[in-house]
Design a protein around this ligand. Sequence first.
Ligand code: ATP
Ligand code: MG
Length: 423
Amino acid sequence: MAKIKAIRGMNDILPEQTPVWQYLENTVKDVLSVYGYSEIRMPVVEQTNLFKRSIGEVTDIVEKEMYTFEDRNGESLTLRPEGTASCVRAAEEHGLLFNQMQRFWYQGPMFRYERPQKGRYRQFHQIGVETFGMANADIDAEVILLSARLWKRLGLLDSVTLQLNSLGSNEARAEYKAALVEYLEQRKDQLDEDSQRRLETNPLRILDSKDEKTQSLLDGAPVLSDYLDEESREHFAELTATLDAAGLSYEINPRLVRGLDYYCKTVFEWVTDKLGAQGTVCAGGRYDGLVKQLGGRPTPAVGFAMGVERLILMLETLNLIPEAVRQPFDVYLAADQKGIQSKLVLFADQLRDRFPGLRVRIHCGGLKNISQKAQQTGAPVVLLMKEDDNQSLCGSLWYQGEPAFDLEIAQIEEKIASVWQAK
Ligand code: ATP
Ligand code: MG
């Protein structure tokens, strides 16, 4: 019988890889906690209408990427393609938004029916940040600086570029949209096929068309920044001034519009040239209108989401994963003679009691070539134990390949204590 395989574009993350994921996740958690953000966890399935109403009917996600199915009671449900809509839904449902200032983060799998390729999957993972109740540009600056701090911690800051733009108010954007459509209508036959279709449905998306002819046509098109309302202009100036003062460099990309309907004012992306076509590792912006659009009271909001797989690809490509990350234990403990296995189990637990956090793995199974096998685990500390004439444990210890033979238990513990302290 044919074996059943995983679904295309949905990956297993194997034990060899999970330490790298944990390293990234823990680093993100550290950074978020020093900014005082709180974690929120939402279900992976929501009512389909939540995404239709928030992301927008004429976006790639809603038009062709959602995993939508009928529940047994006939209700239309969707595997979440992103986290912002769910986060707003949850926060609003539990009364966390009205008249409050909130800073949340979440992580987990997202689902989009896309063509799987390097850096693009059907189940992928995001870590997202959403803030609510803060209208001024200081919070826009904070979330951007927070992401920059993360890149710095991971050693990625030199390999990513911050792109920034302002979409202005809804009114300003509507006015710009009309001007853009008018310009492009007159040149419709020169547009690529996708852009021709978008001219009717979502003209701003034409700005990030990958088609070269379309891009050169856009060189002469009206520019969004000329249409910005005064308030958005000031908001953006305050943001860039704060980033300047922080010494963070950025590029203003007047064609950055983002795929989703709900953004206004600030939008930003962190992009890299290290990953080929899938170059955006983190993206976000302000979405002051979304809470109201989903039935709540008007609430300013700004957030972003990063693609975990793409960040891991970057860390691997650039060789930035500390070696210790992949080593799942500090001590490999093996018996050098038969019949002492149960003593070893107890000894290992004593070590764990005495040195909290010390990771000890015991060798279970045959003792053939045990010294060699134990060395090959690559553990910083390798211990080969036996019994002396008084049936007390004793043994030999290798620290980073350097052997010390015939040690008593007290000497072994002393050596482990020094390794543990250094850790
Ligand atoms: P793209 O233009 O690459 O399709 P997007 O604008 O659709 O990205 P967002 O909805 O802004 O992406 O999601 C935020 C981040 O999540 C992206 O910048 C990217 O790093 C990651 N991401 C999005 N879709 C996928 C996917 N299918 N597989 C892996 N990562 C993804
Ligand atoms: Mg996409």
